[in-house]
Structure formats: structure tokens, C-alpha cells
Design a binder for this molecule. Structure first.
Ligand SMILES: *[C@@H]1O[C@H](CO)[C@@H](O)[C@H](O)[C@H]1NC(C)=O
Length: 355
């Protein structure tokens, strides 16, 4: 074969491969899924949260913690620095309040992503925040001081195994499980090559000062992570595989896979109702539209509830769906006292009444 013929054959083979990979990515992102509206009563947009509310977690007395201002490669974002808000769901004004940050903390590069709260036996409240200064990954641990509505910075945790962290669930004052959503750390490999390769190379890491280890792997895009009220099971959401994995926690903090539950959507964060044990998921019903972020054809939002996840027949229910006219790119859903909070990656946050 001549050199020219070889090169044209090579180009043809590469374009066929690329075409096949794009078709696969469209399938993974549910690109042709059309959404039917399924709205809830009395939804109001929360004040002050116009630059996303990627993760939300609600503690027992109805106080919600909300991360806002995420900057994530390839996804729309604002220039405003990241912030943490609280919202008291017992207060009918429904007004999110910005938490005061410590003076010794670099606010400019604060880029909050997944969050988790740990409450110790003395009722001290610790807030764990995944942050991405300069696109790196680290965990910031704060103590929440109610009296002056502020955060006190306790430590920054970095580790080579915590290379692409998306979400965490704290299990002690300085221990947690974290998801790495990508295998590669380089921007270009992460943003284009990895989604096209679509290999199950993402994982879950356990961190404590004594031990750091990979405890679960084989995810296409490990995203939200949370724990059952009895702390015996960990839930890991695989965004690109459209399911929630149930894992059993062992004495040495290892995780053993129990099963996975299909959700039919690209789910992001998972919250667990402390009373019922139900899982609440903020999902991207059409991930293709989400990644394209065309203002004329916006991505929608979807909230999914899973009841009786440990039984033989978990009940998976779509609680809310919007085609993007009301709310774009839902990433989290959390409930308290008959209210549902819906947060997004870069858009607004809603508070609705559950039917
Ligand atoms: C809030 O109070 C705590 C505890 O008294 C203190 O350490 C912290 O510096 C205060 N934060 C601000 C922002 O004033």
C-alpha cells in the first residue's frame, strides 16, 4: 500500500471510530430523551442562589447547607467566588444566608462542589467541602459556629488518591468516603478523551489520617455518595451508568457491593432522609443537552426518590421533572417537613411543596 492510501485509510478508520464513540456518548447521555413536565405545587426560586447550588444537605433540625458558585471544566459558570449558604427550613421567609468565612481562608480560589455534614457526640457540627482551587481537588473541613453564623477552618486535606473528587460523605471528624469522577487529571484527557472512551475507571476512596485506600471501583462516573441512617450502607451514584450502587460497610471501612438500582436518568447527588431512609436524587434527564448547554434548547431537571432500597423491590419514583423552562441542570434534591429543595449545577435553586 502507498503512503497516501495508508494515510487515507487511517483517517477513515479514525473518523469511523470517533463517530462510533460519539454515538455511544449520545446513548450514555440519553441524548434523544424527551421530558414530560411533572411539576410540584408552590415552587419558589430561592433568593441569592443564582450561580448554582450544586450540593445541599439538611441536618436534623431543618437547617440546609448549600454550596454555590462551582466552576467545573466544560460547564457554564460565573466569575463569582464560591460560597456556602444556609437555609432554615423552619423559617417561613425561606431566605438563604451566606455563611461568614474565616479571615485566614483564601476565598478567591474557593470552588465548592460536594458537601457533607458530620455531627459529633457533643453536637459540634463539621462541614466537609470538596473544593477545586486551580482545578485541583482538596477537602476543606470547617466547624459551623451557630452564634455568629460562620465557619471556622480546621484543615485542608489533599492526597494523591483524592485526585478528581466530586462528592464526599463524612463518617467522623476527620474521616470520609469520596468519589473520584474521573480517572485522568489532565484537563483535555478529562474533558474529551475520557467521556469518549467511556471506561469504568472511576472509583471511591476512604480517607482517615491513619489510612487512605480505594474501597470500590468500576464506575463510569462515580458522582454522589451518601450513607444510610444506620451507617451500615453507602450509596454511590454512577452518572453514566444510570444507577445507584448499594455497598455494605465492613469493620475496616472497606465496601462490599450488594446491588445496584436502575434510575433511568443521569443522577448527580444523593441525599438520604434520616427518618425514612429514602434516597433523593437530583438528576440530569438529558445529559447531552446538559453538556451542550444551548440556551435555546436547555437541559431539564429531574428529581427521583427511591423507597425501600434494601428490599427485593425498591420503588423508584419520579417526583419532579421540568424541561428546562423553569430549572436547568438539577444536581441535588433534599427534603424536610414536606418541602423539597432542588439545587442545580449553575442555575437557580427551588423550594417546592411535596404533594
Ligand atoms: C465566630 O465565632 C468563633 C467562635 O467564637 C470564632 O472563632 C470565629 O472567629 C468567629 N467568626 C467570625 C467570622 O467572626
Amino acid at each position: 500500500m502507498g503512503k497516501a492510501a495508508f494515510i487515507s485509510l487511517l483517517i477513515a478508520a479514525l473518523s469511523a471510530l470517533l463517530g462510533e464513540r460519539i454515538v455511544n456518548f449520545r446513548k450514555v447521555t440519553l441524548a434523544s430523551r424527551e421530558l414530560v413536565q411533572n411539576h410540584l405545587p408552590n415552587c419558589v426560586a430561592l433568593k441569592n442562589l443564582d450561580f448554582g447550588s450544586e450540593d445541599i444537605t439538611i441536618i436534623g433540625d431543618g437547617l440546609a447547607f448549600i454550596s454555590t458558585g462551582l466552576k467545573y471544566p466544560g460547564i457554564a459558570s460565573s466569575d463569582t467566588p464560591g460560597k456556602i449558604y444556609t437555609l432554615d427550613l423552619k423559617d417561613s421567609r425561606m431566605k438563604p444566608m451566606e455563611l461568614r468565612m474565616p479571615r485566614n481562608f483564601d476565598l478567591e480560589s474557593f470552588n465548592p462542589h460536594g458537601i457533607s455534614v458530620y455531627i459529633d457526640p457533643e453536637d459540634s457540627i463539621y462541614l466537609f467541602v470538596v473544593s477545586h482551587p486551580q482545578h485541583k481537588s482538596q477537602i476543606e473541613v470547617f466547624e459551623f459556629v451557630e452564634d455568629n453564623h460562620s465557619l471556622v477552618h480546621l484543615k485542608t486535606i489533599k492526597h494523591e488518591l483524592l485526585h478528581s473528587v466530586n462528592d464526599i460523605v463524612a463518617v467522623g471528624v476527620d474521616s470520609f468516603y469520596a468519589t473520584n469522577d474521573h480517572y485522568f487529571t489532565h484537563e483535555i484527557l478529562k474533558g474529551t478523551v475520557e467521556p469518549l472512551l467511556a471506561q469504568p475507571w472511576s472509583n471511591v476512596v476512604y480517607y482517615s489520617p491513619e489510612e487512605v485506600k480505594v474501597v470500590s471501583e468500576g464506575y463510569y462516573f462515580a458522582n454522589g455518595i451518601n450513607i444510610s441512617p444506620d451507617e451500615r450502607h453507602v450509596y454511590v451514584v454512577d452518572l453514566f451508568d444510570h444507577n445507584v450502587h448499594v455497598l455494605e460497610r465492613k469493620d475496616d471501612n472497606a465496601l462490599v457491593s450488594v446491588k445496584s438500582v436502575a434510575v433511568g436518568s443521569l443522577c448527580d447527588n444523593v441525599e438520604v432522609d434520616p427518618e425514612t431512609g429514602d434516597l433523593w436524587l437530583g438528576c440530569h434527564p438529558n445529559g447531552w443537552k446538559f453538556f451542550m448547554s444551548d440556551p435555546k434548547d436547555p437541559a431539564g431537571s429531574e428529581v427521583i426518590q427511591i423507597q425501600s432500597i434494601h428490599s427485593d423491590k425498591p420503588v423508584v419514583t419520579q417526583v419532579y421533572a421540568d424541561d428546562g423552562q423553569v430549572i436547568i441542570g438539577s444536581s441535588v434534591a433534599a427534603t424536610y417537613g414536606g418541602k423539597l429543595l432542588i439545587g442545580t449545577v449553575y442555575h437557580k435553586a427551588l423550594c417546592c411543596d411535596l404533594k
